[in-house]
Design a protein around this ligand. Structure first.
Ligand code: ADP
Ligand code: ZN
Ligand code: ZN
Length: 727
């Protein structure tokens, strides 16, 4: 009797055995349909075995093995198995969540449809004479494919009424295949296709990577914004592609970096590229995933989930902006795509490039301790490094958050027809509404947070749980009618600028103003067309955009991010401000960055002024070492939430006790309330576990997790976060 061991997306950390006589070793990694309780589920066959601990009368039979798509390869499963074990998350859920949604469900897969088709090598080699002479439409279609290479469905339909049928036959012959549309001509920078001569530093970096294409070689590419990191990626990618290998390019958020996509497409027109990100619909995601799995896609560009995509011929992994926290998934399988990319490179013996202007301290530590090879680009290409200066605001009465110095600098740019950008990390009009008579603040009743005043939408909004309320006309506590907004958000700065510079064209760019589909694209076009004088915005503005006419960046309210209980706050702020500063002066003029602060001599601002990531990183590392923080220790956080904080704390106290009974090799701290105790009506607490080696922590977590799962009481929801980034 043959037994299959199946991964299912159920919250139970076990695989499920079924009888399945027609399964063979070749079906490992295949999808299978099985009965589960009253339902039928789709799972993945992980193992084929002869014995099971399930009693014969309880062992059910699998319904059918689905062989409509190729099975996951052993390599793909190995990475998923690692992720499941390392992050203490059920293998079934880990495996199933890595699949495109369409493959997790029952039902026939949609026929491979595509808006565009291209000629395959077989099609190009085929003789038109191979087709019967009377197959005129088919012949004409083939001829047209030879001329244009890629055709869209509309063009095919226009050829003849029977052309779609002819296309299906060419598909069946393997002469044409679905393909991505050719990139719209306008989206490509003119110079994108050209291959510039590398600078000596780029050359050195690229050569180092090329020498490492044959095995697991982790590289850290450290270079300020505009230093040409992308060009180094492209050279490394080129070498891997021409060697017949696939390239995986991970990016933090694809929607924010369309420039990179068009650049890569333009540089490698002969190598099919697919994207994998949350903006795709189910069908697209499935097609792109299958293209990667079949090896048809040679370049896969994607956000964190793409780290799991099957790549039979992977030859290089690149992680752009590797420090970006969006590589870490905040729920479910709480993985770091950057870290798993390293694991994948190691398992598959591949080179991997982690690029950033401000690598995560964990990464930098690995670089200076020579575990990773450090490659540095210290100069900007075609532009001077921006001049960064602090504006001391302690003795000045600011006008709606703006200093005289900043206002003067904007004025000067306006007079010269140049663009300015103001960065503030808060959207809305003001972070809170206040009553000066009694001290009432607009709080969220479901969260330990304030309701943010959105004057545009005439609402109070909680940015954590989404709760909304109307703006009260009078104080709910004392009836005072003069409620005042406290502090600044993007809307308020926008309004202040409009008043101060009535003729300037101001554009606000934050999550509220870019919610509509394509809104951000339209805004970017406006900025490029110089239809905007002043940009006001949040983090969205910080990421890899090249605005050549922008040469003043003002930072408002950075101090609010300076002091935080999170030990990673300075690292993050430095990375954010470096990125923001990097927007200034990418054209011909030297950019100026003005940071308003009450603490102009703070070491973080001093380091920014000198643009010295390395010195600052080393000083932060020294502090971390002394205080016993990562990367010198390894952490996991057990979180619990319940209607009442006491319940959550009690559950964690029990977990701490279980942990202490298990091991003396790790430090188990006492449970504490979470940084933000209430969220969406539930109260949260956390318990930190720490060890001085990853192996020791991992050993402990495995055993501990099992004990926790066996505790039957479910008074609180809990979850384990390995290598947590948020506390
Ligand atoms: P980074 O990714 O480090 O921020 P980019 O790769 O965007 O920097 O490079 C900045 C600019 O310099 C881009 O416009 C790019 O096309 C250009 N560039 C990069 N390398 C070279 C080179 N060797 N010669 C000329 N221009 C280059
Ligand atoms: Zn009041
Ligand atoms: Zn709330």
């Amino acid at each position: 009797m043959k037994i299959i061991r199946v991964a299912l997306d159920v919250p139970i950390a076990t695989l499920f055995d079924y009888r399945c006589d027609d399964a063979s070793e070749a079906d490992i990694g295949s999808r299978v349909q099985v009965p589960f309780g009253k339902k039928t589920l789709v799972g993945i066959i992980i193992e084929i075995t002869a014995d099971t601990s399930v009693a014969p009368n309880r062992l059910k039979a699998a319904l059918c093995v689905l062989r409509d798509v190729p099975p996951l390869a052993a390599d793909d499963l190995r990475l998923l198995q690692f992720a499941s074990a390392y992050y203490q998350y059920p293998l079934g859920a880990t495996v199933m969540n890595a699949l495109p949604a369409r493959l997790r469900r029952i039902g026939k897969l949609p026929r491979q449809t595509s808006a565009c088709y291209s000629l395959t090598a077989a099609g190009a080699a085929a003789m038109p004479e191979a087709l019967p002479a009377r197959a005129t439409v088919k012949r004409r279609l083939l001829e047209l494919f030879r001329q244009r290479h890629v055709l869209d469905v509309a063009t095919v339909k226009a050829l003849a009424a029977t052309a779609p049928a002819a296309l299906r036959q060419l598909l069946a012959l393997g002469w044409v295949e679905p393909s991505d549309p050719p990139p719209p001509a306008a989206a490509i920078p003119e110079t994108a296709g050209a291959r510039p001569t590398l600078t000596p530093q780029q050359e050195e970096a690229a050569q180092a990577i090329l020498r490492g294409l044959d095995g697991f070689h982790p590289f850290v590419l450290l270079g300020v914004t505009g230093s040409g990191k992308t060009e180094v990626y492209l050279r490394a990618a080129e070498a891997a592609l021409t060697a017949g290998r696939q390239v995986l390019l991970l990016v933090p958020e694809i929607a924010l970096t369309p420039q990179l996509e068009s650049l890569v497409r333009a540089r490698f027109p002969d190598f099919p590229l697919v994207c994998l990100h949350s903006g795709l619909n189910e069908g697209e995601r499935l097609q792109h995933w299958l293209a990667a799995q079949s090896g048809r896609a040679r370049i896969v560009m994607g956000t964190r989930l793409a780290v799991f995509v099957p790549l039979p011929q992977a030859g290089l992994i690149i992680v752009d902006e590797e420090h970006d926290t969006s590589y870490k998934q905040a729920e479910g399988l709480r993985y770091s795509a950057r870290d798993l990319a390293i694991v994948r490179a190691q398992q598959r013996k591949l080179p991997i490039v982690l690029g950033s202007a401000t690598p995560a301290l964990e990464t930098y530590h690995n670089a200076i301790t020579k575990r990773y090879r450090l490659l540095e680009l210290t100069q900007r290409i075609n532009a001077a490094l921006p001049h960064i200066e602090c504006v001391a605001t302690r003795d000045e009465k600011l006008q709606d958050g703006l200093s005289q110095r900043l206002i003067g600098a904007i004025d000067a740019r306006l007079a010269r027809g140049e663009q300015s950008m103001l960065f503030i990390n808060r959207r809305g009009y003001a972070p809170v509404l206040m009553c000066h008579d009694c001290g009432w603040l607009s709080g969220c009743h479901r969260c330990s947070a304030q309701l943010v005043l959105h004057l545009r939408e005439r609402r109070l909004r909680c940015h954590h749980c989404g709760h909304q309320a109307t703006i009260p006309v009078a104080c709910p506590e004392c009836g005072n009618q003069a409620l005042a907004p406290l502090g600044q958000g993007t809307q308020r700065v926008e309004a202040a600028l409009a008043e101060r510079f009535p003729r300037a064209r101001i554009l606000r760019i934050d999550r509220d103003s870019t919610r509509r589909r394509n809104a951000w694209q339209t805004m970017r076009d406006q900025i490029h067309a110089r239809e905007v004088d002043i940009l006001v915005g949040t983090q969205i503005l910080a990421k890899g955009h090249d605005f050549p006419h922008l040469n003043l960046v003002g930072v408002i309210n950075a101090d609010s991010m300076l002091y935080s209980s999170d030990f990673r706050a300075p690292e993050r702020l430095f990375a954010l401000l470096s990125q923001v500063a990097g927007r200034a002066g990418r054209g011909n003029t030297r950019g100026e960055v003005l940071i308003q602060t009450e603490f102009p001599r703070h070491p973080l601002y001093m380091a920014l002024h000198e643009l010295s990531y390395a010195a600052f990183a080393r000083s932060l590392l020294a502090e971390r070492k002394q205080a016993g923080f990562p990367p010198f220790v390894y952490q996991a956080l057990l979180r619990a939430e319940a209607p009442k904080l006491d319940t959550a704390l009690a559950v964690l106290a029990r977990a701490a006790q279980l942990g202490r009974e298990l091991s003396r090799q790790v430090i188990i701290y006492d449970p504490v309330p979470a940084g933000m105790v209430r969220l969406a009506g539930r109260e949260r607490a956390q318990l930190l576990v720490q060890a001085d080696s990853r192996a020791r922590l991992q050993n402990f977590l495995g055993a501990w997790h099992e004990k926790l799962a066996a505790e039957t009481s479910s008074r609180a929801r809990w979850s384990l976060d390995v290598d947590p980034l948020e506390f």
